[in-house]
Ligand binder design. Structure first.
Ligand code: GLC
Length: 738
């Protein structure tokens, strides 16, 4: 290690107080480093490269201090890169190593959409903690997660990575993920810096086509899409990532409004922002920038700290500074943000973790993944056939019954199919049933029925059938939008053929998004939706089906009847022509009917107004009965609170867990608002035959919104509140804010 670096380390270490450096000590170290850095070295910190290509060239650039972060490299490569950075570059500033550790590293948890279906922040927190524990042992200290884009369009493949359609649920889960990834001590070797992505509004990509433009006016952006990011900021997230979309004409990577006015000036965020992959360069394709130099100038002046893989900063920042188009002080601000996070992570003290630690697939991690998979499954229908107690021979049929790779879902590059328990694998291990298995199709997109005969022979020989259909992982996630969200291949034909055999039929759908499953709901005696459930998904599903576990999941996203209803979500606005309920549907309309036969209200002639299944919906192996909500007061001041209580009774014979959801409607406001919005929820374990009173504290502050004056405020007025088992049930109680 060279002398100047040793002196620098000694000086920097002396400034550090305790194991978790205090903010003042960090700031002094940031200033100390900046004072020593050349402009080229500062620009180097702002440059992130994908190390999976041309590794030797990356090593050379690190040695010259031209790179601040590397992504997509192995543990051995990380050790080599950090050695070069710390021992061979002039100032020895360590790299920050990033990777997409989205829903697990080696032990894969359900996709985030599935984790949202648990309505259990503890599951999300624990999943992130396990991911951090495993990934950090490979030298990764920064994950590009959690994704917190409010997503209301299942045509968009990235809905799989989201926490679904609701702002409040997304905010709660985002904060839980931040706490899980970052832990309570960022300097701990097993902590990861988390990344709020994709900032912002990406989930509203027009027509669900990925990378498409969004047209979200500021007030709607602030009321619907930004709150999860603000919650992540308040939870102490250390990084943000800009989104690919242009919103209202401005690509996020060039948006001073997003990157400086909101993030820094309003929220006080002091970590750093990285662009999405090549997003700075893509501002040329957006036709927002004339060339890469222009893109570099717009991005850095908007306040974008780090360039992921555009090479815009590396190539043009020095020139832009010399031409006076970029102020050196702006460079210092942005580089200071990056150094601050590296110092907070303790990277100067331990740039590489204890590389001997092999912590993959520990039992505690697998148990956590199992619990997450059980809680993420949503029981959509049960005509009494579940749990399958009494069945001696079960036919496990279908192309998703034994597909380890697909059940891990999108963004699981480090998952290991050999550690996955598939549904068929789990059933085959059970001693309480004889399992007959047939995939019936080579894969879910198979168009041939040649495998049906074998499958139907097994169906006929069984007491009950469990049919596993769904969506391949590689058809979900980024760049995987669908114009029709249906079951691919001949899966529906397989369903028809199996149903025609007349045996008790349980259908399990494993997918990365809602699919149009009306026919599945019609022909199956029971239906379970498992959003790509991860490593332990098969064990979880077999336990749920056989009654060793009880379903408790709730839908984090609305299920449309048909693709044409999209976007459809529970928190829609009333419109001036809300449906009355007596509307004529297509087949009701007589031929040569008068010009307006249908009644002048807002609905689809061929699909009505209702979705197939509403947000928050999910059944269990019992019936829950709700009392009317009771309020502690009929009104409150704008700085006050009321308590909303409801009695929930388990009317069945099995202990079960219910997620009680609290929705509020602002009856009249200075702008039009949703018909109702989720403001709280709670999972409650209720033993068979017992009743629990669930009480929610509802402060008026939860009713605040960005109003007609663009002020975030609580408006006085009349409100309705529901406490129910989904977004469509229950009777409201009324209260006022004075
Ligand atoms: C991708 C994704 C982003 C991911 C990044 C790095 O294009 O948009 O979510 O974190 O690139 O892989």
């Amino acid at each position: 290690m060279n002398k100047s670096r040793q002196l620098l380390l000694a000086a920097l270490a002396a400034l550090t107080v305790g194991c978790a450096p205090s903010d003042d000590a960090i700031e002094r170290r940031v200033d100390e480093l900046l004072s020593r850095m050349t402009l080229q070295e500062k620009i180097g910190q702002m440059h992130q490269v994908d190390g999976s290509r041309d590794f030797e060239r990356v090593c050379e650039a690190v040695r010259r201090g031209e790179i601040g972060s590397v992504m997509n490299v192995t543990r051995e490569q990380i050790a080599e890169l950090q050695r070069i950075a710390v021992e061979e570059s002039r100032l020895g500033i360590p790299l920050i190593i990033g990777r997409d550790v989205i829903h697990g590293y080696k032990t894969v948890f359900p996709i985030p959409l599935g984790q949202a279906a648990t309505f259990d922040p503890e599951v999300v927190r624990e999943g992130a903690r396990v991911a951090a524990y495993e990934a950090s042992s490979d030298g990764i200290r920064w994950t590009f997660a959690p994704m917190m884009d409010v997503s209301r369009d299942p045509r968009w493949g990235r809905i799989a990575e989201s926490f679904g359609e609701d702002t409040f649920l997304s905010a709660v889960m985002a904060a839980a993920a931040v706490e899980g990834f970052q832990g309570d001590d960022l300097t701990a070797p097993a902590s990861l810096a988390a990344c709020a992505k994709h900032y912002a509004g990406y989930g509203a990509s027009e027509s669900g086509r990925d990378y498409n433009s969004t047209f979200i006016p500021e007030r709607h952006l602030r009321n619907v899409y930004l709150p999860p990011f603000e919650a992540a900021c308040k939870a102490g997230i250390q990084t943000f990532m800009t989104s690919f979309n242009d919103n209202d004409g401005v690509p996020s990577s060039g948006s001073r409004f997003l990157l400086t006015e909101v993030l820094r000036d309003e929220w006080g965020f002091d970590g750093f922002v990285v662009s999405d992959y090549g997003a700075i360069r893509e501002m040329i394709a957006h036709r927002f920038c004339s060339d890469l130099e222009d893109a570099a100038e717009k991005a850095v002046n908007a306040g974008l700290d780090m360039d992921m893989e555009s090479y815009a900063y590396a190539q043009y920042l020095e020139q832009l500074v010399s031409e006076g188009k970029v102020d050196r002080r702006q460079i210092d601000r942005l580089v200071g943000n990056i150094l601050r996070v590296k110092l907070r992570l303790g990277l100067f003290e331990h740039p590489v973790p204890d590389m001997e630690r092999n912590v993959f697939f520990e039992q505690a991690s697998l148990d956590a993944a199992y619990r997450a998979a059980v809680e993420s499954a949503v029981l959509l229908k049960n005509d009494g056939v579940l749990p399958l107690v009494g069945a001696r021979t079960v036919a496990v049929i279908g192309p998703m019954a034994d597909r380890a790779y697909d059940q891990m879902g999108c963004w699981a590059p480090d998952g290991d199919r050999d550690h996955c328990v598939t549904p068929y694998g789990a059933f085959a291990l059970r001693s309480d049933v004889r399992t007959l298995y047939s995939p019936a199709m080579a894969h879910p997109r198979e168009k041939s029925r040649t495998g049906f005969a074998d499958a139907l022979a097994k169906v006929r020989a069984a007491d009950a059938v469990v049919l596993f259909v769904g969506e391949e992982a590689s058809l979900t996630g980024e760049a995987h939008s669908l114009a029709e969200i249906r079951l691919q291949g001949v899966q529906e034909e397989l369903l028809e053929a199996v149903a025609a055999a007349g045996k008790p039929l349980v259908t399990v759908i494993m997918a990365g998004r809602p699919l149009t499953i009306g026919r599945v709901m019609e022909l199956s005696d029971a239906v379970i939706y498992a959003f790509h459930p991860g490593t332990m998904g098969g064990r979880a599903l077999s336990d749920l089906i056989m009654g060793d576990a009880v379903p408790s999941g709730k839908l984090p996203v609305t299920f449309p009847k048909v693709t044409g209803q999209i976007p459809i979500y529970y928190s829609q606005h009333s419109t001036g022509r809300p449906v009355r309920g007596d509307e004529m549907l297509l087949d009701d309309i007589p031929t040569e009917a008068e010009f307006f036969p249908t009644g002048f209200t807002s609905y689809w002639l061929d699909a009505g107004i209702e979705p197939l299944l509403p947000f928050g919906y999910g059944l269990s192996y019992t019936e829950f009965e709700y009392s009317a909500p009771r309020l502690s007061a009929e009104s409150m001041a704008a700085d006050g609170a009321i308590t909303v209580s409801v009695d929930v009774s388990n009317r069945g014979s099995r202990d079960a867990t219910e997620t009680v959801q609290l929705y509020v409607q602002d009856k009249v406001a200075s702008i039009t608002l949703p018909v109702k919005e989720l403001k709280d929820f709670r999972r409650v374990d209720i033993p068979a035959g017992e009743t629990r009173t669930v009480s929610f504290e509802l402060p008026a502050s939860k009713l605040a919104f960005w109003n007609i004056d663009d002020r975030f405020t609580v408006e006085a007025g009349e409100f309705l509140v529901w406490a129910a088992g989904d977004s469509r049930s229950g009777e409201p109680a009324a209260f006022a804010v004075k």
